[in-house]
Design a protein around this ligand. Sequence first.
Ligand code: ACM
Length: 525
Amino acid sequence: MESANSSNNGKLNMKLVFSSLVCMVFFAVCSTFAQELEIIPQPVSETVTNDKFVLKDGSNIYLNSSDDELERLAGVLKNSLQKRTGFNIGIKNDETTDGISIELNKKADMKKDGYELTIDNKMVKLSARNNTGIFYGIQTLQEILRKDKEVYFPGCKITDYPRYSHRGFSFDASRHFQSAEFVKKIINVMALMKLNVFHWHLVDDEGWRIESKKFPKLNSIGSYQDSLNSKERNGYYTVEEIKDIIQYAKDRYIRVLPEVEMPGHSRAIMNSYPELLCPTNPGGNTYCAGNKKTYEFMKEALSEVISIFGTDFIHVGGDERPDSVWEKCPRCKEMIASKGLKDENMLQNYFMKDICDYVSSKGVNTIAWYANLKDGIPQKQIVEGWHPGEAWESARAGYYTINTDCVYTYFDYPNNEYEKKFKPTWMPILGLEKVYSFDPTPDSLKESEKKFIIGSECAIWTEIVFENDVQYQIFPRILAFTEDVWTPAENKNFEKFQKRVNSLQAFFRSAGFEYDNGEKIINGK
Ligand code: ACM
């Protein structure tokens, strides 16, 4: 018995060894052939298989419901596939077992704005709870489409949703001005990167960039920075252009957040309407906060901006009011005394609160740069911190907060040592790995504080960045940033990210972007 048993055990062991070997060889072969998906931002969960869905001339997209927006999105996918393959792709309102199926299922047990994608040999199945999720799934499909002997989508199962609700790109149109067409190009990058807030810095010392019918001098004087007729210093967006850009962004699930900076950084307005200056500050860049006319002007101007943008949130600046201007002004001093305020910092809080209350009365929420938080700011205001640590302080104080820490997010900073030579000496180097290392919600915050961080923005300030430079400044850093705000922190891995960046360069170039590795600096030349 024993010997029979041991011989049986021996056979069994041999079988086990053999089947393990078969399995090992099988998995080795599978992993050799299993394609990398190369998606940026890295999804929450992805499994790659050896299947592939081969796209052919005449393949169809199938929709499970007759929702207008879903049909528009299917058209977006169809057009993109047709453009890239030359195939004719149909759209049908049917069930399918063979094709690209897009399913909107409002009751699905999925995260908000998330999507699921399952691809096998017979079907591509994209499903989501809302059209935002469908849109993000379509962006993923654009990235993973492969073209070699066949055109195909690699087999996979993806579950994906964003880490933060506010994933922004902030663009300064005041210091230098960009064409409406170029703004759309930026929106295209944002869409591919699943970013969802275009923060448009439209007002600063160098220019007011919004057409104003109520205050025409804002354009005839305030939009013109020099007499050289330079298209990069002079100009504004017409109401028609703004509305067109808002719709363009909306079609890509991006909200436009206009910023009207105040009470400092406002020289363009002061040049246009110098009566809004303190009498003691001629040629200055700051509204007089002791002048009734300032408040009337701000409210009228903001109501015009709000009605042009049709927005439910607006950025009201609040950044870097120069010290000691209001202290010297008799009208501001009188205001400080009559309102029982401690000093000029408290006068700023009074000013901002008055403006915010007005804006809120129109049903519009305000966002402002971190300033004087300790003295109290309007309770419902969202704070955007840009100096390191400001966002944490704001979250600790219980304000909803956007953590745009400049050390990690300002893409006008140089990429590397070489580029640093061409930039102001105070600018730190911001390389790809540094951007990737950013966690908008660090572990140093308590759980109860973390929930107040709603996201982050990457930014291009344009004091020394011309339209021609912008793409060199954002690629590839925007790819790292989007993983900071979309991908769960525990899924991030810089080495793997870098491989994905390398393989996606061709995709961005073929999508019409000037994609550089951050090596080049051209400063408008
Ligand atoms: C800022 O960078 N001054 C907002």
